[in-house]
Write a protein that binds this ligand. Sequence first.
Ligand SMILES: [Zn+2]
Length: 244
Amino acid sequence: MRRAVIAVLLCAVVLAGCKNTPTHRRQTKTTPQKKETKKTQPPPSKPEKKAADTVPDLPKLAEKQERGPLSLGLLTRSKTGIRNVSPGRPAHVRGRLDVPLRRKWTSIVVHHSGTTSGSEESFHRYHKQVNGWRGIGYDFVIGNGHGTGDGVIEVTFRWEKQIHGAHAGVDHYNQHGIGICLVGNFNSGRPTKAQMDSLVELVSYLQEKCHIPTSKILGHRHVKNTDCPGTNFPYFQLLSRLPH
Ligand SMILES: [Zn+2]
Protein backbone atom coordinates (compact mmCIF):
# COMPACT_ATOMS: atom_id res chain seq x y z
CA MET A 1 0.00 0.00 0.00
CA ARG A 2 2.74 2.35 1.02
CA ARG A 3 4.55 1.63 -2.24
CA ALA A 4 1.34 2.25 -4.16
CA VAL A 5 0.77 5.50 -2.34
CA ILE A 6 4.36 6.58 -2.96
CA ALA A 7 4.02 5.62 -6.61
CA VAL A 8 0.83 7.67 -6.93
CA LEU A 9 2.44 10.59 -5.18
CA LEU A 10 5.48 10.36 -7.46
CA CYS A 11 3.24 10.32 -10.53
CA ALA A 12 1.38 13.33 -9.20
CA VAL A 13 4.63 15.15 -8.64
CA VAL A 14 5.89 14.23 -12.12
CA LEU A 15 2.62 15.26 -13.72
CA ALA A 16 2.63 18.48 -11.79
CA GLY A 17 6.19 18.96 -12.94
CA CYS A 18 5.22 18.31 -16.55
CA LYS A 19 2.41 20.77 -16.28
CA ASN A 20 4.65 23.33 -14.73
CA THR A 21 7.53 22.79 -17.07
CA PRO A 22 5.98 24.28 -20.22
CA THR A 23 4.63 27.29 -18.41
CA HIS A 24 7.91 27.65 -16.64
CA ARG A 25 9.69 27.22 -19.92
CA ARG A 26 7.43 29.80 -21.45
CA GLN A 27 8.28 32.12 -18.68
CA THR A 28 11.96 31.41 -18.94
CA LYS A 29 11.72 31.80 -22.69
CA THR A 30 9.90 35.08 -22.59
CA THR A 31 11.45 36.79 -19.63
CA PRO A 32 15.07 36.24 -20.60
CA GLN A 33 14.29 37.33 -24.15
CA LYS A 34 12.72 40.49 -22.87
CA LYS A 35 15.63 41.00 -20.56
CA GLU A 36 18.07 40.35 -23.40
CA THR A 37 16.36 42.71 -25.72
CA LYS A 38 16.11 45.30 -23.03
CA LYS A 39 19.54 44.79 -21.65
CA THR A 40 21.65 43.89 -24.62
CA GLN A 41 19.98 44.91 -27.87
CA PRO A 42 18.90 48.51 -27.27
CA PRO A 43 22.19 49.94 -26.06
CA PRO A 44 24.18 48.76 -29.08
CA SER A 45 21.35 48.82 -31.62
CA LYS A 46 19.86 52.23 -30.86
CA PRO A 47 23.03 54.22 -31.45
CA GLU A 48 23.84 52.01 -34.43
CA LYS A 49 20.40 52.61 -35.88
CA LYS A 50 20.67 56.33 -35.27
CA ALA A 51 24.05 56.43 -36.89
CA ALA A 52 22.85 54.32 -39.77
CA ASP A 53 19.80 56.52 -40.21
CA THR A 54 21.65 59.77 -40.26
CA VAL A 55 25.08 59.17 -41.68
CA PRO A 56 24.27 57.19 -44.85
CA ASP A 57 21.25 59.43 -45.50
CA LEU A 58 23.30 62.48 -46.26
CA PRO A 59 25.43 61.03 -49.05
CA LYS A 60 22.32 59.47 -50.59
CA LEU A 61 20.55 62.81 -50.60
CA ALA A 62 23.61 64.53 -51.92
CA GLU A 63 23.89 62.04 -54.78
CA LYS A 64 20.27 62.61 -55.76
CA GLN A 65 20.67 66.32 -55.54
CA GLU A 66 23.77 66.30 -57.66
CA ARG A 67 21.98 64.49 -60.41
CA GLY A 68 18.89 66.60 -60.62
CA PRO A 69 16.05 68.30 -58.80
CA LEU A 70 16.65 69.34 -55.27
CA SER A 71 15.38 67.22 -52.45
CA LEU A 72 13.80 69.19 -49.68
CA GLY A 73 14.81 66.73 -47.01
CA LEU A 74 18.09 68.35 -46.19
CA LEU A 75 16.72 71.85 -46.39
CA THR A 76 13.85 71.03 -44.07
CA ARG A 77 16.39 69.83 -41.57
CA SER A 78 18.19 73.12 -41.76
CA LYS A 79 15.06 74.93 -40.66
CA THR A 80 14.72 72.69 -37.66
CA GLY A 81 18.30 73.32 -36.64
CA ILE A 82 21.82 73.65 -37.87
CA ARG A 83 22.94 70.71 -35.80
CA ASN A 84 23.06 68.39 -38.83
CA VAL A 85 25.41 70.69 -40.59
CA SER A 86 28.21 70.33 -38.20
CA PRO A 87 28.46 66.95 -36.60
CA GLY A 88 31.62 67.92 -34.79
CA ARG A 89 30.18 70.63 -32.56
CA PRO A 90 26.60 71.46 -33.42
CA ALA A 91 25.68 73.49 -30.36
CA HIS A 92 28.84 75.54 -30.68
CA VAL A 93 28.13 76.46 -34.29
CA ARG A 94 24.43 77.03 -33.80
CA GLY A 95 25.03 79.41 -30.92
CA ARG A 96 27.62 81.42 -32.81
CA LEU A 97 25.54 81.54 -36.00
CA ASP A 98 22.48 83.02 -34.40
CA VAL A 99 23.86 86.43 -33.50
CA PRO A 100 21.93 89.72 -33.66
CA LEU A 101 22.44 91.40 -37.03
CA ARG A 102 24.31 94.68 -36.80
CA ARG A 103 25.08 95.16 -40.47
CA LYS A 104 23.10 95.28 -43.71
CA TRP A 105 24.11 92.06 -45.45
CA THR A 106 23.06 92.04 -49.09
CA SER A 107 25.04 89.20 -50.67
CA ILE A 108 27.00 86.04 -49.99
CA VAL A 109 30.40 85.55 -51.62
CA VAL A 110 31.72 81.99 -51.92
CA HIS A 111 35.45 81.30 -51.98
CA HIS A 112 37.81 78.37 -52.06
CA SER A 113 40.97 78.52 -49.98
CA GLY A 114 43.18 77.46 -52.88
CA THR A 115 44.92 75.12 -50.47
CA THR A 116 44.49 71.41 -49.95
CA SER A 117 44.00 71.81 -46.21
CA GLY A 118 43.13 74.49 -43.68
CA SER A 119 40.86 75.69 -40.93
CA GLU A 120 39.58 78.86 -39.34
CA GLU A 121 42.58 78.82 -37.06
CA SER A 122 45.22 78.37 -39.76
CA PHE A 123 43.68 81.02 -42.05
CA HIS A 124 43.31 83.36 -39.09
CA ARG A 125 46.99 82.99 -38.29
CA TYR A 126 48.00 83.45 -41.94
CA HIS A 127 45.82 86.50 -42.58
CA LYS A 128 47.01 88.10 -39.37
CA GLN A 129 50.72 87.35 -39.57
CA VAL A 130 51.31 87.39 -43.32
CA ASN A 131 48.65 89.80 -44.57
CA GLY A 132 48.74 92.00 -41.49
CA TRP A 133 44.94 91.95 -41.16
CA ARG A 134 42.93 91.90 -37.94
CA GLY A 135 42.50 88.21 -38.49
CA ILE A 136 40.82 85.79 -40.86
CA GLY A 137 39.07 87.65 -43.67
CA TYR A 138 36.06 85.33 -44.02
CA ASP A 139 32.91 85.04 -41.96
CA PHE A 140 32.75 81.26 -42.26
CA VAL A 141 35.01 78.35 -43.14
CA ILE A 142 33.74 74.94 -44.25
CA GLY A 143 36.30 72.18 -43.73
CA ASN A 144 37.19 69.37 -46.11
CA GLY A 145 38.56 66.88 -43.60
CA HIS A 146 42.12 68.16 -43.83
CA GLY A 147 42.80 70.64 -41.07
CA THR A 148 39.25 70.47 -39.78
CA GLY A 149 36.32 68.07 -40.14
CA ASP A 150 34.75 67.33 -43.51
CA GLY A 151 31.70 69.60 -43.82
CA VAL A 152 32.26 71.23 -40.45
CA ILE A 153 31.29 74.89 -40.41
CA GLU A 154 33.53 77.22 -38.48
CA VAL A 155 32.25 80.66 -37.51
CA THR A 156 34.80 83.44 -37.37
CA PHE A 157 35.05 86.55 -35.22
CA ARG A 158 33.89 88.70 -38.14
CA TRP A 159 30.44 87.14 -38.17
CA GLU A 160 30.25 87.01 -34.39
CA LYS A 161 31.12 90.69 -34.04
CA GLN A 162 29.26 91.61 -37.24
CA ILE A 163 32.21 93.53 -38.61
CA HIS A 164 33.25 93.98 -42.22
CA GLY A 165 35.08 91.21 -44.05
CA ALA A 166 38.40 91.09 -45.84
CA HIS A 167 37.74 88.54 -48.54
CA ALA A 168 36.29 90.13 -51.66
CA GLY A 169 38.92 92.66 -52.67
CA VAL A 170 36.03 95.03 -53.35
CA ASP A 171 34.89 97.38 -50.60
CA HIS A 172 31.16 96.99 -51.19
CA TYR A 173 31.33 93.21 -50.92
CA ASN A 174 33.60 93.37 -47.88
CA GLN A 175 31.14 95.70 -46.18
CA HIS A 176 27.90 93.96 -47.15
CA GLY A 177 28.85 90.52 -48.47
CA ILE A 178 29.11 87.49 -46.22
CA GLY A 179 32.32 85.60 -47.00
CA ILE A 180 32.22 81.80 -46.93
CA CYS A 181 35.42 79.91 -47.65
CA LEU A 182 35.45 76.21 -48.54
CA VAL A 183 38.76 74.57 -47.79
CA GLY A 184 40.25 73.12 -50.96
CA ASN A 185 41.56 74.01 -54.39
CA PHE A 186 38.70 73.67 -56.84
CA ASN A 187 40.81 74.39 -59.88
CA SER A 188 42.31 70.95 -59.42
CA GLY A 189 39.78 69.24 -57.14
CA ARG A 190 36.14 69.57 -56.17
CA PRO A 191 34.35 70.30 -52.90
CA THR A 192 33.32 67.21 -50.96
CA LYS A 193 29.67 66.21 -50.71
CA ALA A 194 29.71 67.10 -47.03
CA GLN A 195 31.06 70.55 -47.86
CA MET A 196 28.33 71.16 -50.43
CA ASP A 197 25.64 69.91 -48.06
CA SER A 198 26.92 72.24 -45.36
CA LEU A 199 27.23 75.12 -47.80
CA VAL A 200 23.61 74.67 -48.91
CA GLU A 201 22.42 74.59 -45.31
CA LEU A 202 24.51 77.57 -44.27
CA VAL A 203 23.58 79.69 -47.28
CA SER A 204 19.90 78.79 -46.84
CA TYR A 205 20.08 79.78 -43.18
CA LEU A 206 21.80 83.09 -43.97
CA GLN A 207 19.41 83.86 -46.81
CA GLU A 208 16.48 83.49 -44.46
CA LYS A 209 18.11 85.38 -41.62
CA CYS A 210 19.38 88.28 -43.73
CA HIS A 211 16.73 88.24 -46.51
CA ILE A 212 19.24 87.67 -49.28
CA PRO A 213 17.81 86.46 -52.63
CA THR A 214 19.49 83.66 -54.57
CA SER A 215 20.48 86.20 -57.25
CA LYS A 216 22.89 87.61 -54.66
CA ILE A 217 24.65 84.31 -53.99
CA LEU A 218 27.92 84.90 -55.80
CA GLY A 219 31.24 83.30 -56.47
CA HIS A 220 34.25 85.49 -55.75
CA ARG A 221 34.94 85.66 -59.49
CA HIS A 222 31.60 87.42 -60.00
CA VAL A 223 32.84 90.47 -58.11
CA LYS A 224 36.55 90.47 -58.86
CA ASN A 225 38.95 89.32 -61.57
CA THR A 226 39.90 85.98 -60.02
CA ASP A 227 39.25 82.30 -60.65
CA CYS A 228 38.06 81.81 -57.05
CA PRO A 229 36.19 79.61 -56.06
CA GLY A 230 37.81 77.54 -58.78
CA THR A 231 36.81 76.29 -62.20
CA ASN A 232 35.34 73.06 -60.79
CA PHE A 233 33.13 74.70 -58.19
CA PRO A 234 29.53 73.53 -58.90
CA TYR A 235 27.97 76.97 -58.75
CA PHE A 236 24.73 76.13 -60.55
CA GLN A 237 24.25 73.02 -58.47
CA LEU A 238 24.46 75.24 -55.40
CA LEU A 239 21.85 77.63 -56.80
CA SER A 240 19.52 74.78 -57.75
CA ARG A 241 19.52 73.52 -54.18
CA LEU A 242 18.64 76.84 -52.56
CA PRO A 243 15.04 77.40 -51.51
CA HIS A 244 14.77 81.15 -52.10
ZN1 LIG B 1 38.06 84.15 -53.10
